[in-house]
Design a protein around this ligand. Sequence first.
Ligand code: BJW
Ligand code: ZN
Length: 263
Amino acid sequence: MDIPSELIQLLRKKPRTAVLTGAGISAESGIPTFREAQTGLWARYQPEDLATPAAFERSPRLVWEWYAWRRELVAKASPNAGHYALAALESRLDEYCLITQNVDGLHARAGSRCVLELHGSLQRVKCSRCHAATDGEDIPDWQTIAAAHPEEIPPRCPSCGAALRPDVVWFGESLPGAAFQAAWQAAETCQMFLSIGTSALVQPAASLPLIALQQGAVVVEINPSATPLTPQVTYSLMGPSGAVLPDLVNQAFPAVAGTSLQN
Ligand code: BJW
Ligand code: ZN
């Protein structure tokens, strides 16, 4: 892709950089996004009907099974060229913060070291009542609990007996405080902000690029479709992140022969 030369020049100066990613960065790994069509078994459900505390109270088995299906998809998936390009970018910049709304863990699997997970992780579960995590030293991990009582879906909390739930952030719930504060600070202090593969609809994550714009940062959006953020950004790179990000990183930091990122 043709990337504006001013943007390449800016990247070469190694600006303090914050990056926000959403479901779109994992689309090329075969993980469905939220606001595009759900697939297969789940085609008749809206994510808003599954990713809420009320949905879990009403239909705990249905919600648990939706997450189990997604956990399996992610386990079979691999990071794509976009995830790898961000890990490479981190290694080329001095001050860099990656903020993700995704719960799939693919950034870490691609080698990103500093990742702030705003919406939790598919890999963890917690109790829906006492909020005990199940990966502590004294309690069995949740897969062991589930395997011992396969008839119980969702599995039960070993401390209080209530249903276990995914350790993710549902609509109406607060984001993890420390991760969100660090993300806010990164948006307030960065010189460049990349908003990648997010519809920029879900708050409070959608405010982060606006904070960056307000304090004078250069804001770049990478997305094949326009979002409510698009008219406000400094640069809109319209294309899939698995193609645009390797181009951006390779053009800014031409690699030593043989090590350039593929797309
Ligand atoms: C590609 C691509 C390719 C495709 N390359 N790109 C202020 C105003 C209005 C409402 C609110 C507000 N403040 C709070 C709210 C309520 C609510 C909210 O924002 N609602 C909106 C829908 C309006 N927010 C909350 O409830 C949040 N909590 C909160 O604010 O707490 C304080 C509070 C408490 C009580 C009362 C009030 C306030 C919590 C939000 C939690 C969101 N949780 C989910 C589920 C997480 C677990 C899970 O994964 O199941 O997070 S919902 C879902 O949306 C998920 C995502 O992380 C999140 C964002 O979606 P994302 O990543 O942007 O995906 P998509 O599908 O929307 O977009 C994909 C994009 O990729 C598209 O643009 C494509 O074009 C693009 N794409 N292929 C690059 N190859
Ligand atoms: Zn409990």
